[in-house]
Ligand binder design. Structure first.
Ligand code: 5GP
Ligand code: MN
Length: 322
């Protein structure tokens, strides 16, 4: 729950700000992008000068999110003021998730931290942090409404995208009556939910299908952990780019014999693997990811690992035992 006074402070800060930087986390997912575009768009329509960005030299969203209107307004960090009046971080569990923008955030006169990670330490001047919210996009919607505005159809589509992806299409336990009410409001504004579902969940290429096949063929279950991995060579062989290799964890996650799932994707830059963790409820994967230098939620978390996939699986299993 976010206190009324904290909402009021956020509204006052954003109403009086002439210039606002909105930044989401590096390697943005649907919720990070949806929250970013939804908030940036609404602020801009209200007359604020806005920079929407994330910490990548050349911020490019994964192709499945390419249908979102507003992506063309995203600017690289090099174009963002180094000491902005206001910086709003969306969907970032900690400031390091801003990557190269962490310095801009630290140098901002006022900061707003809008997020739903339980591990969020409240690193902003104003903290709109609610671990009970299924997505950051749900919180952005409430913020926009509290500012006296209503998302336009493009912003509503971005916010709906954040909600539908972070709830696993309204499946996860985090889906609350509020989540569904917000989704209903967004539908009323004119979100084409069928198009969003098709773009995100039903637009995989044949090459993607082949990569899913590689991941599935390697899957194994050990002590309740279903795990698999993907190397950059596998992507090259299938002719798929790394930014198209999204959602693979969902292919292995539903196996009946498992309590939790781990997918390791070899990183194109920086070496090592990117680990994605998902739990069916009993295992707290946020704790495991945090122990490995990452973070996330009880049921969905991630980390980076310098080492081979089987070493990562060993490390995860050891932490799950302990
Ligand atoms: P995914 O597996 O989809 O990449 O990430 C699942 C969740 O874990 C996301 O909500 C994200 O916020 C969090 N997460 C993923 N990778 C990292 C990481 O390297 N560091 C932190 N702090 N959180 C992460
Ligand atoms: Mn999120």
């Amino acid at each position: 729950m976010i206190e009324e006074a904290e909402w009021d402070r956020a509204v006052a800060v954003l109403r009086s700000a002439g210039e606002v930087v909105v930044g989401c986390h590096v390697d943005p997912d649907g919720d990070a992008l949806g929250s970013l575009l939804g908030l940036a768009g609404a602020l801009r329509r209200g007359g604020t000068r806005v920079w929407a960005t994330w910490g990548a030299e050349d911020p490019k969203a994964p192709p499945i999110y390419g249908f979102l209107e507003g992506l063309e307004t995203v600017v690289p960090p090099a174009e963002v003021p180094e000491r902005p009046d206001v910086f709003v971080a969306v969907d970032c569990g900690d400031p390091s998730r801003l990557g190269t923008l962490a310095g801009h955030f630290a140098a901002a006169a006022t900061t707003v931290n809008l997020d739903h990670h339980r591990s969020n330490p409240g690193f902003g001047t104003v903290n709109l942090v609610d671990p009970g919210a299924a997505s950051s996009a749900e919180l952005v919607y409430q913020l926009v409404r509290r500012m006296g505005a209503t998302p336009d159809p493009a912003e509503a589509t971005a916010l709906y995208t954040g909600i539908v992806t972070d709830t696993g299409r309204f499946q996860y336990s985090s889906t609350s009556p509020t989540t569904l009410r917000v989704a209903a409001d967004l539908r009323e504004i004119g979100v084409d939910h069928e198009r969003v579902a098709t773009e995100i969940f039903e637009s995989g290429s044949l090459a993607y299908l082949h990569v899913v096949g590689v991941v599935l063929s390697r899957a194994r279950v050990e002590d309740g952990l279903v795990w698999s991995w993907l190397d950059t060579a596998d992507l090259d062989a299938a002719g798929l780019s790394i930014d198209e290799a999204e959602g693979l964890i969902d292919a292995i996650r539903p196996v009946k014999e498992s309590r939790f799932a781990l997918l390791l994707k070899q990183r194109a830059e920086g070496g090592g693997y990117k680990g994605s963790l998902r739990s069916r409820g009993e295992v707290d994967v946020a704790q495991i990811a945090q122990a490995l230098g990452g973070g996330g939620h009880r049921r969905a978390a991630g980390f980076t690992f310098d080492g081979a996939p089987d070493e990562a699986a060993r490390a995860v299993l050891k932490l799950a035992d302990g």
